[in-house]
Ligand binder design. Structure first.
Ligand SMILES: [Zn+2]
Length: 248
């Protein structure tokens, strides 16, 4: 149970803000059963370090390894369902309390929950593209090819290697990140949820905004700079904030 004082302070900051943006990280999706992408100690990825196989170096130099070791972990996310945190954020957008979401997550759960304006700074698991001709395909197309043993999967148009549109180590930042900078830079308030703010490039965003709320289990390098830090589970905290906003 989060102390009432913190919830009330969060509500006050949101009410006072002309424009509020939200930044979400892995902590928002762990309650949907998706392990933190970058925590190799979480059971699922004990045997292989997903980030090792999921990098541009491996994709370009050893696409077989990329598809045999890394790719399946991305697909593990496509069956998950949104939790209380995703639903509360979608409701907050619908009611005009927040303008949109910048997310580090690639699990599509904000959209599944009904959020409309979502900037995906680490890409997504809906689509892929050809390394050669940039032709776009649904991720299912890549998945079907892999399941049929076509490793690496190839573009029907030009024969180039297909890749998921997830941002890996070594990739350039997607256009969504430029838009995120613009949106956060013109916001009064940023609410960080479930991110420890250590992963680049998102750790840059809290520096762009006047007021900052951090909702996270564990501390972040920005706690001292924040106007309010709430230690707690994303779903519970957001639910209480939403109820409080509705009451007034
Ligand atoms: Zn192609």
């Amino acid at each position: 149970m989060v102390e009432k004082y913190y919830i009330e302070k969060a509500i006050k900051l949101i009410k006072e803000s002309r424009k509020t943006f939200v930044l979400t990280g892995a902590g928002v999706s762990t309650e949907s059963g998706i392990p933190d992408f970058r925590s190799p100690q979480t059971g699922l990825w004990e045997k292989v370090d997903p980030m090792e196989a999921l990098s541009t170096t491996v994709l370009y130099n050893n696409p077989r390894k990329f598809y045999k070791e890394g790719f399946k972990m991305l697909l593990g996310m496509t069956g998950a369902e949104p939790n209380k945190a995703h639903l509360a954020l979608a409701e907050m957008e619908r009611k005009g309390y927040i303008k949109g979401i910048v997310t580090q997550n690639i699990d599509n759960l904000h959209q599944k929950a009904g959020s409309k304006y979502v900037l995906e700074v680490h890409g997504n698991t809906r689509e892929g593209s050809c390394l050669n001709c940039k032709n776009k395909v649904k991720l299912d197309v890549i998945n079907n090819k892999v399941n049929k043993g076509e490793i690496p999967p190839r573009c029907d148009a030009c024969g180039g290697i297909l890749r998921p549109d997830v941002v890996f180590f070594g990739d350039m930042l997607p256009e969504d990140f430029s838009i995120a900078q613009e949106e956060v830079g013109t916001s009064d308030l940023l609410i960080v949820v479930g991110s420890s703010l250590v992963v680049s490039p998102v750790n840059y965003l809290p520096q762009l905004v006047k007021k900052l709320i951090i909702i996270n289990i564990g501390s972040t390098p920005f706690d001292r700079r924040a106007d309010l830090c709430i230690q707690g589970k994303a779903g519970e905290v957001l639910d209480e904030i939403l109820k409080g906003l509705d009451k007034e």
